[in-house]
Design a protein around this ligand. Structure first.
Ligand code: ADP
Ligand code: MG
Length: 296
């Protein structure tokens, strides 16, 4: 059975807002040498606002919004709500067949709307759907990303009709939380995001992470965790999304983080930090090291 001090350690952790699923996990937390963070909803607030709706030539802004809202209407992704809200504010409430909804984790969403296939997501999603992304669209995406906006293409019946830009805020506690990890001697801190490299880099600068990997699929995030492990690290992955689940499962310690953490992330993780300051990640590592000392 579990040593009493370990039980006490789990209790202490819970009082600090760190929910640990079992003693074996608590012990591993203290051995962590590398920490990988998701971006959206983990280092950022995860409440993006829709700030740009850019139609391609010949398309109307209202139609771009309607198509995007239709595609998102079955989605729980943090990017969906602001798109649906912006559409609703213009009186657009698309009626769609939810049976046709497909979520491409880390890439976007797709559904059937008024007999057409509509989608919103990354250029990888466009490629997957066989939709051409021309130079004008790529240029628009780059402009938005240079401004720090998460941006996606809107697809209607096989063509791109517009581009969306969403602005999310960096968590106020993120930089301090990252600094605490360095203070307690965590050797490597990286960001793994499904968003573009440009937006990842901008957030990285704001929070003090210089190792940023963008444009990652959920499987790419998993592979990045494996690489850290192969270099000898004990790795913690901190994330909130469906797209983070494979990486959370593969990491030595998966930590579901934040008030918006999805059920899938919480179920997959070994540890939950579902509210409070990002520095709780460092607190958990520190506490686990001290608990281990008592056990031995
Ligand atoms: P992160 O790794 O930063 O948490 P995700 O992996 O969830 O981000 O998403 C990566 C990218 O995939 C987003 O930046 C967006 O371009 C696209 N995407 C994912 N889900 C959606 C969605 N529901 N609607 C539109 N785009 C999406
Ligand atoms: Mg996320």
């Amino acid at each position: 059975s579990m040593p009493v001090s370990m039980v006490a350690g789990i209790g202490r952790a819970a009082r600090d807002g760190v929910l640990v699923k079992g003693g074996e996990h608590l012990e591993l937390v203290g051995k962590v040498t590398a920490v990988a963070f998701d971006k959206t909803g983990t280092l950022t607030v995860g409440a993006p606002r829709l700030v740009d709706v850019v139609p391609v030539e010949g398309a109307a802004e209202r139609d771009v919004l309607a198509v995007a809202a239709a595609a998102e209407s079955g989605s729980e992704h943090p990017l969906a709500a602001p798109i649906l809200a912006a559409a609703a504010a213009q009186g657009i409430v698309p009626s769609v067949d939810h049976g046709a909804f497909v979520h491409h984790a880390g890439a976007g969403v797709e559904t059937t709307f008024e007999g057409r296939t509509v989608a919103v997501g990354t250029t990888s999603l466009a490629a997957e759907l066989g939709v051409e992304v021309d130079a004008v669209v790529l240029d628009r995406l780059e402009q938005l990303r240079l401004a720090g906006r998460t941006s996606m293409v809107v697809i209607d019946d096989g063509t791109i009709v517009g581009v969306l830009g969403l602005a999310d805020e960096v968590r106020a506690d993120a930089a301090a939380g990252i600094e605490r990890l360095r203070d307690i001697g965590v050797e490597e801190i990286v960001m793994l995001t499904g968003d573009s490299q440009l937006v990842g880099d901008a957030v990285g600068r704001a929070v003090g992470i210089d190792r940023v990997r963008g444009d990652l699929s959920p499987e790419d995030k998993l592979a990045a965790i494996r690489e850290l492990q192969q270099r000898g690290h004990v790795v913690a992955m901190i994330g909130d999304g469906v797209n983070d689940a494979p990486a959370l499962a593969t990491a030595d310690v998966g930590i579901a983080f934040g008030g918006g953490a999805t059920a899938v992330a919480v179920e997959t993780a070994d540890v939950g930090i579902l509210s409070g300051h990002l520095a709780r990640v460092a607190t958990a590592i520190d506490l686990s090291r001290r608990t281990a000392r008592v056990v031995r």
